[in-house]
Structure formats: structure tokens, C-alpha cells
Design a protein around this ligand. Structure first.
Ligand code: ADP
Length: 480
């Protein structure tokens, strides 16, 4: 489907960008060409006008002597010097009759008695461009009326200037054509090269769409924007790959964790039914079924709670809570369990309360889960210490145990849903305790981390902010 679209060249971005580029380049070059042509022709005309004016003034001064013959000789000489086909001189009487003139034979077909001379006033100078009908060349004509009513007229052929402008135009147009051709080819190649990154990402997306999540787009060197896009795309795919793996693991784990209690329930029910079927056996069966169902319900509820917290859709209260009280309560609650295992448990806490905003019940579960693990993974005769501390911004709770510790390979995974260390399989649990701890701590904008030495023990440290950002705290108060 994608490849089909690519084959339609006119719909490709490469084609469209190149087309825009050509249009813009051509318009720009043509504008420059037109402006330059205008400047050059106006400069040329100005130069001709200056010369014509100089000559007209010169002739008028000569005419002041009053001798037409002198003027005639001057006209003939000047026209010969300049070339009779390049220039003409005329001296017209007030009724436009020719009193003196240069050789006018090369100017056949040109009407010297120009119409606009009829209304020219004394002393007035007129400069105009006319076209010679026969040759279609232009001529610049100056007409000046002398004080006694005669007219001095000089015409200068613009043929040379026209040829100059024409050759300039030809050179410029050829140059424009070459620039546009080379520019278009280069523009096409550059755009296609830049777009090759997009094509690579598209191909990768197609491959990924077919389920190949390990596919990564090669970085290439088309430019920072494309490289950034490729990096972002690869990061996104890596994240999707991880999520898919997690989803698979979670699904497998859920299936596995649901199957065991259900198998147990089915087993006990079957044994009871096929046995003596007395009321005591049914009672015992019912008790076991309830216990297994409760475990299932707790597991499913915990899963839902973690999922809701991760998605940020869970509701939790934000009241000021005293962390010291929560820790002391947990200590008192768990002391009997530690006594059963002959584990010494100590608390190392400041005497003043430590106040923070949060959901008291959930913070209690964080402490309880960490403490429960510490007891679970510490053998008889071991030691547990709960330390509470605070700095300017955070309250810190550390739970140290002298238990079995966690091997290095397990550490990055213990906060994953359903993850259980190999050595923990013999103990009760479902691998959700630490995931819940992480979800709650994150929801409180805190962090939780672990340091552990296998065989020696572990320390879980939680940082919880003393106050939420004011805006959020206010929102939460108004919500309540
Ligand atoms: P569970 O305890 O139900 O297995 P958790 O999510 O609470 O699940 O813990 C995940 C894993 O982390 C445990 O299976 C165990 O391997 C390891 N772990 C957690 N706390 C400790 C601890 N204090 N000492 C040693 N290992 C621990």
C-alpha cells in the first residue's frame, strides 16, 4: 500500500519541494533579470539624452551667429563623423520646413516632422523615443525650439544599445536556464536524500507493523532533524518492544498465578466430592476455597490498583500525615511476627513528627510491604532496622535487613509486576508487593531504591517529598 503511493511521483514530497524550489528560483532570477534590464536601459537612455542635450545646446549657440550655411556644414561634418545611419541633424523653420539637415538618406521612412512639434513652445526641449517603421529600430530624438521659433532636432539611433541589451538578455536567459536546470537536479537530489530518512522510517514502521519489534532504523547522516526523528522513532519502538514484552510476561504470569489457586480449588472440591462427603469435609473444603478465593481477590485487586496508579487515574487523598506515627504503628504491628522468627527489630527515628502530604493508607502499605519482605527474606535470628530521617525537601525511610539479599541480575527486575527472585519461590508471595510500593511512591512524587549484598542483607530506601508542589496540593484540597 505504502509502496504504491511512493510510485506516484507527483504526490511525493520530494517532487513537491523540488517544484516549489524551481518556481521560487525561477521567479527570483526573472525578477533580478527584469530589474537589471530596466536599470541598464534607463542608464543607456540617460547617457544618450545627456549627449543629445549637449549637442542641441552647442548647435543653438552656433545658430546664434545667424548663418544657416555654417550650420549646414557643421551638420554634414558631424553626421559623417558619427555615421549618417547613427545620427541625423535637422533645422526646421517655424512652419516645419527643412532649413538645414545632415544626410537623411539612411533614415528613409522616418517622418521627421513629428506631430508633437506643432505645439512645442519657445525654449522648450522634448526628448522622445520613436520607432523607425522600416527597420523597427528605435531612435531617440531631441527637439528644441529656439528663441526665434525655429526647431533644432537631433536623432540618435538606439540600434547599438538595443543589440547590447539583446545580447545581455540572451546571456542572462541562458545562465538562468543553466542555473534552473542544475538547481532542479541538485534540489531533487538533496530533497530525495533528506527524505530517504523518512522512507527508512516508513519501511521500519511497515516491518514493525508486521510484528518485528526488534527492527531499528539505521541512523544515517541526512541532517540533525532526520537523525532526531530516527532516534525518537527508535526510542519509541524500543519502548513498545519493552511494553510488549512486559505485557507478554504479565499475561503469562497472570495465567500462571491464576491457574495454581484454581487448580488447588478444583482439586480440593473434586477430592471432597469423591470422598465420604460428610459435613466436616465439606466445611474444610469451603474454608480452603474461601482462602484461595481471598488470595485471588487480593491479587486481582492489587493488579488493578497498580494499573490505575500507573495510568494516574486512581483517586487518593492528600492529607497531612505523620510519617513517624505510620512507622511506629507498623513496627508495633509486625513485632509479634519478628518474635516468631526470633528476628531483632529496631527503629531509629527522630522524636519530632515528620509531616508530609499524602494518602495515609497507601503510605502505610508501602512501609508494611517493605517490612513484610524484610521479615520474609530474613532467616531466623536475623536483624531488621527501620530508620527515618528528613532533609529540607524529603522524608527518608530506610529498611535494613540481614536477610538472604538479592543477586545483582535480579535487582533491575524486582520492581516489575509478578517478578519473583529464584530463591524466593519457596516463600509465599505473588511478586506484586514491590510493584505496588513503586506505584504508590511514584504517585507521591517520591523514589524508592535498593542496595543489597547476597547473603548479607538488603536496604530499601524510600524518599517522599515533604510537600507537594503548591498548585497540586491546592487542587487536591479543593477536590476533597
Ligand atoms: P514477593 O515478595 O511476593 O515475591 P515482591 O514484589 O515483594 O514479591 O518482591 C519481588 C522480589 O524481590 C522477591 O521475590 C524477592 O526475590 C526480592 N525481594 C524483595 N524484598 C527483598 C528482601 N528484603 N530481601 C531479599 N529479597 C527481596
Amino acid at each position: 500500500m505504502y509502496l504504491k503511493k511512493e510510485n506516484n511521483i507527483f504526490r511525493t514530497v520530494t517532487f513537491r519541494i523540488t517544484l516549489w524550489y524551481i518556481v521560487l528560483l525561477t521567479s527570483l532570477l526573472l525578477t533580478i533579470f527584469i530589474l537589471l534590464s530596466l536599470v541598464i536601459s534607463s542608464k543607456l537612455i540617460k547617457r544618450v539624452d545627456e549627449e543629445l542635450l549637449e549637442n542641441a545646446i552647442d548647435i543653438e549657440q552656433q545658430y546664434q551667429t545667424g548663418n544657416i550655411n555654417i550650420l549646414q556644414t557643421y551638420y554634414s561634418q558631424e553626421a559623417e563623423e558619427e555615421g549618417a545611419n547613427n545620427v541625423f541633424f535637422l533645422f526646421l523653420g517655424s512652419n516645419l520646413d527643412v532649413l538645414a539637415s545632415s544626410n537623411l538618406s539612411p533614415w528613409k521612412g522616418f517622418d521627421f516632422k513629428l506631430k508633437d512639434l506643432e505645439d512645442i513652445s519657445i525654449g522648450e526641449i522634448r526628448l522622445k523615443t520613436h520607432i523607425i517603421p522600416k527597420t523597427r529600430h528605435k531612435v531617440r530624438v531631441i527637439s528644441k525650439k529656439t528663441s526665434d521659433g525655429n526647431i533644432i532636432q537631433i536623432g540618435f539611433s538606439l540600434k547599438d544599445d538595443e543589440e547590447l541589451i539583446k545580447s545581455y538578455r540572451d546571456i542572462f536567459l541562458i545562465t538562468i536556464a543553466v542555473i534552473i536546470t542544475i538547481g532542479s537536479i541538485l534540489g531533487w537530489l538533496i530533497t530525495r536524500r533528506a527524505m530517504s530518512g523518512v522512507v527508512r522510517v516508513t519501511k521500519a514502521a511497515i516491518a514493525i507493523g508486521k510484528g518485528n519489534f526488534s527492527f531499528r532504523v539505521p541512523l544515517g547522516n541526512e541532517g540533525i532533524e532526520i537523525q532526531n526523528m530516527v532516534k525518537a522513532f527508535n526510542d519509541m519502538v524500543a519502548k513498545i518492544e519493552l511494553l510488549m514484552k512486559e505485557l507478554k510476561d504479565v499475561t503469562n504470569n497472570i495465567a500462571h498465578d491464576l491457574r495454581s489457586p484454581l487448580t488447588r480449588i478444583r482439586g480440593i472440591v473434586e477430592t471432597t466430592i469423591s470422598g465420604n462427603q460428610n459435613i466436616d469435609e465439606f466445611r474444610e473444603m469451603a474454608g480452603i476455597v474461601i482462602e484461595e478465593c481471598d488470595r485471588l481477590i487480593v491479587m486481582i485487586n492489587t493488579m488493578l490498583e497498580i494499573a490505575e496508579m500507573d495510568q494516574g487515574v486512581t483517586e487518593y487523598s492528600n492529607t497531612p500525615i505523620d510519617l513517624i506515627k505510620i512507622v511506629n504503628d507498623a513496627y508495633e504491628l509486625f513485632t509479634p511476627v519478628t518474635e516468631d522468627k526470633n528476628i531483632s527489630i529496631k527503629v531509629d527515628i527522630p522524636s519530632n513528627p515528620i509531616l508530609l502530604f499524602g494518602d495515609a493508607k497507601r503510605i502505610q502499605r508501602v512501609i508494611a510491604n517493605l517490612l513484610d519482605n524484610a521479615i520474609k527474606y530474613t532467616p531466623h535470628g536475623g536483624k531488621i532496622v527501620i530508620k527515618v530521617d528528613q532533609n529540607e525537601k524529603y522524608a527518608k525511610v530506610s529498611i535494613l535487613d540481614s536477610g538472604i539479599g538479592i543477586i545483582e541480575e535480579d535487582i533491575p527486575h524486582i520492581f516489575d509486576r509478578f517478578y519473583r527472585g529464584d530463591r524466593s519461590r519457596t516463600t509465599s508471595g505473588n511478586g506484586l508487593g514491590l510493584s505496588l510500593v513503586l506505584a504508590i511512591v511514584k504517585a507521591h512524587h517520591g523514589t524508592v531504591s535498593v542496595k543489597s549484598t547476597p547473603g548479607k542483607g538488603s536496604t530499601f530506601t524510600t524518599y517522599l517529598p515533604l510537600s507537594l508542589p503548591i498548585k497540586e496540593a491546592l487542587n487536591n484540597i479543593t477536590k476533597k
